[in-house]
Design a protein around this ligand. Structure first.
Ligand SMILES: [Ca+2]
Ligand SMILES: [Ca+2]
Ligand SMILES: [Ca+2]
Length: 245
């Protein structure tokens, strides 16, 4: 028999939960869709949604489907309304509260992630996109991307797509291994913009010829520092060379 051992968990993306509404929106306009998942069966897993605080009576939450809608009371232009919402199963187990921010006017684009971290191998070719940092426009306008922080101009971003690539290849042995970038997404001639951090970590590849190999070939005799282990690593041809008179 199923016991009620799960509380509903929020599943909306992206985070944070942001939305906009026209200040002149008609009553019952859809503003946001809440969504939560509960791992239990039957009534133990049936999720209902509640507005627990905020919104000054301007918003209501449909208990069954989680849709946040306007009530029809006048909205203050450009004001941000912070709605605290809760999801509960039919036995009363509650999710942690979530905050939905609704602005009654235009709002800057939102990145899919608050920040991005990516590892790429050294020698990643220049010009090859290794990350894309998409942002959504709340006004359904085109978004333009640029780099606000770009260490040594090592990176470039495609203005229309947000694809990031290298302007030259990075060598793990001689270059820095960690880079912090700041990407800007803007719209409407930059009047609305937001930024997200990108951390790029360079990982090592086995792209170096071992130095002792060169020293073996550059000398007539056998270097005294070559150990059994290194000669094993070099394989048979090197062994022959070492053993040669
Ligand atoms: Ca449950
Ligand atoms: Ca290298
Ligand atoms: Ca390497």
């Amino acid at each position: 028999m199923d016991v009620n051992d799960n509380a509903p968990e929020w599943t909306m993306v992206p985070f944070p939960y942001l939305s906009v509404v026209s200040a002149s929106a008609s009553p019952n306009s859809l503003v946001y869709k809440l969504q939560a998942r509960d791992g239990d069966e039957g009534v133990n897993g049936e999720v209902e949604y509640f507005l627990s605080d905020g919104g000054d009576g301007r918003f209501e939450v449909d208990r069954k489907n989680g849709h946040v809608r306007t009530t029809g009371l006048p909205l203050q232009r450009d004001r941000e309304y912070l709605l605290t919402v809760v999801a509960a199963d039919r036995q009363g187990s509650r999710s942690p509260p979530a905050i939905v921010s609704v602005i009654a006017g235009p709002r800057a684009p939102q990145f899919t992630n608050v920040s991005y971290t990516i590892s790429i191998p050294e020698n990643t070719p220049e010009g090859q996109p290794f990350l894309v940092t998409p942002a959504v426009s709340f006004q359904k306008q085109p978004v333009t991307y640029s780099l606000l922080i770009n260490p040594s101009s090592l990176f470039s971003i495609q203005p229309e797509t947000g694809e990031i690539c290298l302007t030259r290849t990075i060598d793990y042995e001689s270059d820095q291994h960690r880079y912090l970038l700041l990407v800007r997404a803007s719209e409407n001639q930059d009047s609305l913009s937001s930024a997200a951090e990108v951390r790029v970590i360079i990982t090592d590849e086995n792209d170096c010829v071992p130095e002792f190999l060169q020293s073996i070939y550059s000398k007539d005799g056998v270097p005294e520092t070559v150990t059994t282990a290194t000669s094993l690593l070099q394989g048979k041809s090197v062994d022959l060379h070492i053993n040669a008179p």
